[in-house]
Design a protein. Structure first.
Length: 449
């Protein structure tokens, strides 16, 4: 099985005295069930229920009290209830019995010693408003496509993984690390794709896997939509999203359609709930808090860069590329960086934002902003020399600090840069493959200055 870094967080969850039932979020096919099965190896007993199966859902539909329910589950699965503390109960596709979501609170309140994890890819879309998730009685973690770190683990390249986790990476390892990151960018992080690639090393054979993934998502559309019209709009948005990914979008007439802003907006909100897309909104702030401006156009992030490459026909260009920023107007580089930033944390509220200044005479835009040490740090994805980073200079002139980050194809370096207005700041330049380690390298930079 492919190792997933979220397993460490699950181990920490298990040992916490205030542990609550855990709901795993994530799109279909990102490996939620596999993660739980791997985690189950840490327990004496493992009970897996799939509420799409009538006989496994029946105890929840006939619920009377939590202890009777638990006894029934243990009896049906032939497990010892005397080992409650060392049992993992996994409730998959929990949205099929919405009442089961509310039952989770009683596990927390009356049987806190039982380890309970629930999952459901279509969680919010299946709930019609009459059943609410018990706020304060459950917690969440997110499973996303595999990160570059997890990709390196899957390849078995221990030397590359050691370098990746080292701060700083040695200069002599750079070319090889960049080449591996290009491969990861090419195929993406969907577990089935990664597993097939590391087993067979055949890029051509991945075509049918990409196709089956998108077909499975389109087939789910019937479950997403409340009305027939919304189903049609969602179907269009899924198909068009891979061609529009990495760009700022407008809802009205999205993907060269005749659909209005309202119906496209509803489709996108539905697809965000099931985590197939992520809308990255801009902020205009240079000091905390980071407040997204939902009146401005968002940038579209799809679930996985490998799927985006396949459906936009960009794979051959990536194979021969020396610099990701030279491809597709820089959208591939920005997209994979965003994917790494999202994958670096398992919390549900790990949102991304970019920065804009919009004036009549001068606009400026920074690819990402991240929170670090009480500051908003600008992150620009660009291969050019530091003197060409005009928007970065504009941000730094307005910022109450002197730290900026650039992600590019070159080696790690720290430069002292001066804006046109004369402000001096420290520019930390990192290779693309270190996007998930920005915070670690900012700490390292502090020790170097």
């Amino acid at each position: 099985m492919l190792n997933r870094n979220i397993l460490q967080e699950l181990l920490e969850w298990r040992t916490r005295p205030d542990r609550k039932p855990l709901i795993l979020r994530g799109a279909r096919q990102v490996g939620k069930t596999t993660v739980v099965e791997m985690f189950a190896g840490n327990f004496q007993q493992y009970i897996s229920l799939n509420l799409e199966i009538n006989e496994e859902a029946a105890p929840f539909r006939n619920y009377k009290n939590i202890r009777q329910l638990t006894e029934e589950i243990f009896f049906l699965k032939d497990k010892s209830i005397g080992k409650l503390k060392d049992t993992l109960l996994f409730i998959d596709e929990i949205q099929e019995v919405p009442e089961a979501l509310n039952i989770l609170r009683y596990f927390y309140e009356q049987l806190p010693e039982l380890n309970v994890i629930a999952a459901g890819s279509l969680l919010e879309t299946a709930i019609k408003g009459n059943v609410k998730i018990p706020v304060g009685r459950v917690e969440y973690k997110v499973v996303r496509p595999m990160s570059f770190d997890e990709f390196l683990q899957a390849t078995g390249d221990k030397a590359a993984l050691e370098q990746f986790r080292k701060v700083p990476v040695n200069d002599y390892a750079h070319d090889r690390m960049l080449s591996l990151f290009h491969t990861y960018t090419l195929i993406g992080g969907m577990p089935e794709i990664v597993n097939h690639y590391v087993t067979h090393r055949n890029l051509t054979a991945l075509v049918t896997l990409y196709e089956s993934l998108i077909i499975s998502y389109i087939n789910d559309v019937e479950k997403y939509g409340r009305t027939n019209n919304l189903v049609q709009v969602i179907r269009h948005v899924i198909n068009a999203a891979y061609y529009e990914a990495g760009t700022r979008i407008k809802f009205a007439h999205f993907g060269n359609s005749n659909y209005a802003s309202k119906e496209v907006g509803e489709a996108f909100r539905t697809l965000e709930k099931v985590m197939l897309v992520h809308l990255i909104y801009p902020t205009t702030n240079t000091a905390l808090p980071i407040v997204p401006d939902h009146r401005k156009s968002p940038r579209l992030q799809v679930l996985d860069t490998g799927m985006m490459n396949h459906f936009a026909g960009l794979q051959k260009e990536i194979i021969g590329a020396a610099d990701l920023d030279n491809l597709y107007q820089g959208k591939i580089a920005e997209h994979i960086v965003a994917q790494e930033l999202l994958a670096s944390k398992c919390n549900l509220l790990n949102n991304l934002n970019f920065w804009v200044r919009q004036k009549v005479d001068a606009t400026a835009e920074i690819d990402f902003v991240v929170q670090y040490d009480g500051l908003i740090i600008p992150v620009e994805v660009k291969s050019g020399a530091s003197g060409t980073l005009r928007s970065l200079h504009v941000f730094m002139d307005a910022a109450p600090h002197d730290i900026a980050v650039r992600l590019y194809s070159g080696n790690i370096r720290i430069d002292q840069v001066t804006t046109i207005n004369g402000k001096s700041y420290n520019l930390l330049s990192l290779p693309y493959y270190l996007a998930a380690h920005i915070e670690k390298y900012l700490n390292w930079m502090k020790s170097q200055l």
